[in-house]
Design a protein around this ligand. Structure first.
Ligand SMILES: O=C(O)c1cc(=O)[nH]c(=O)n1[C@@H]1O[C@H](COP(=O)(O)O)[C@@H](O)[C@H]1O
Length: 298
């Protein structure tokens, strides 16, 4: 698949995020490397738990894997904990990803009432904003409709969203598996909303993936099946955290995603980052992760 034949843009129009991600996964394999500068990892790398350590950590990861993996996913919280100077480092990561041609998913899990969501959309999805990567993780738990400003901004700028649906943490099930009066689970409703948006986009773009992805943890076992959530009908990318440090591996990826496996972008942070700070070892860990994910999802 190539951006030229998948979702070919009109002259002057940026290809959709779904088309760009599909092309990146074809080139580099279905792995997203999470950039999660935990205090323990900074220490293990011989770096201080300060802005200088944060910057060296994040840029070392990007230098090592940039241009070699489908995407990177900086975890905003671990930059925010260093204050405004930490946020400036996140902005540097976004800019460096753009320069390297590596897709950047900003993991900030934003969600609020629509009027405030519009401001988040400005911050994370508007051309020219220093925090705008290629996609943003968002929380639909104020109602899927509250995400409309983000959906519109992403569509207008060729960016994407990853909407939390079945998260990798065990506590998520209490909310996400809950069923409404019609017996439909919360996660299943979220998936259906994303599917509607993606089908409309695909009709326009011709790409095989839409730009409204879901977050579906690789740790969820058979939850999708039990909740009648048809992952294939999402027609969008499925970001699968939980690989590596949270215990999921190739077997779980294959079992959880079944026939939707073509759309999966496996995500691993600590599982790759533990190989640092040596760039070559980081690169090898990412390559191994991508090869394992590709084999499991074939
Ligand atoms: O949106 C996410 O990326 C996410 C969703 C989810 O359900 N579970 C989850 O672990 N994540 C994020 O993925 C990363 C997982 O890190 P590792 O467990 O070190 O691979 C963290 O940054 C989490 O915040």
């Amino acid at each position: 698949m190539s951006v030229l034949d998948e979702g070919a843009p009109r002259p002057g129009e940026r290809p959709t995020f779904g088309a760009r991600l599909g092309a990146a996964m074809d080139s580099h394999g279905p792995l997203c490397v999470g950039i999660d500068p935990h205090p323990g990892l900074l220490a293990a790398w011989g770096l201080g738990d300060d802005v200088d350590g944060l910057r060296r950590f994040a840029l070392t990861v990007l230098d090592a894997v940039g241009g070699r993996v489908a995407a990177v996913k900086p975890q905003s919280a671990l930059f925010e904990r260093h204050g405004s100077a930490g946020v400036a480092v996140l902005e540097e990561v976004v800019a460096a990803g753009r320069d390297l041609g590596t897709l950047v998913v900003v993991d900030a899990k934003r969600g609020d009432i629509g009027s405030t969501m519009a401001a988040y959309a400005d911050a994370y999805l508007r051309d020219g904003s220093p925090l705008a990567g290629d996609a943003l993780t968002v929380s639909p738990f104020l109602g899927f409709g509250s995400l409309a400003p983000a959906v519109e901004a992403a569509a207008a700028t060729g960016r994407g969203l990853f909407v939390l649906a079945l998260t990798s943490n065990p506590e998520g099930a209490a909310v996400q598996h809950a069923r409404d009066s019609a017996g439909v689970a919360v996660a299943t409703r979220i998936a259906a909303e994303a599917g509607t948006l993606n089908r409309a986009e695909i009709d326009r773009s011709g790409a095989s993936l839409g730009s409204v992805g879901l977050v579906v943890g690789a740790t969820i076992g058979d939850a999708a099946r039990r909740l009648d959530l048809d992952l294939e009908a999402v027609h969008g990318p499925l970001l699968a955290p939980g690989v590596g440090a949270q215990g999921a591996g190739p077997a779980e990826l294959a079992a959880v995603f079944g026939t939707a496996r073509q759309a999966v972008l496996a995500s691993s942070s600590r599982g790759v980052l533990a190989a640092g700070p040596d760039p070559q070892r980081l690169r090898e860990a990412a390559r191994r992760g991508a090869d394992e994910a590709a084999a499991a999802l074939r």
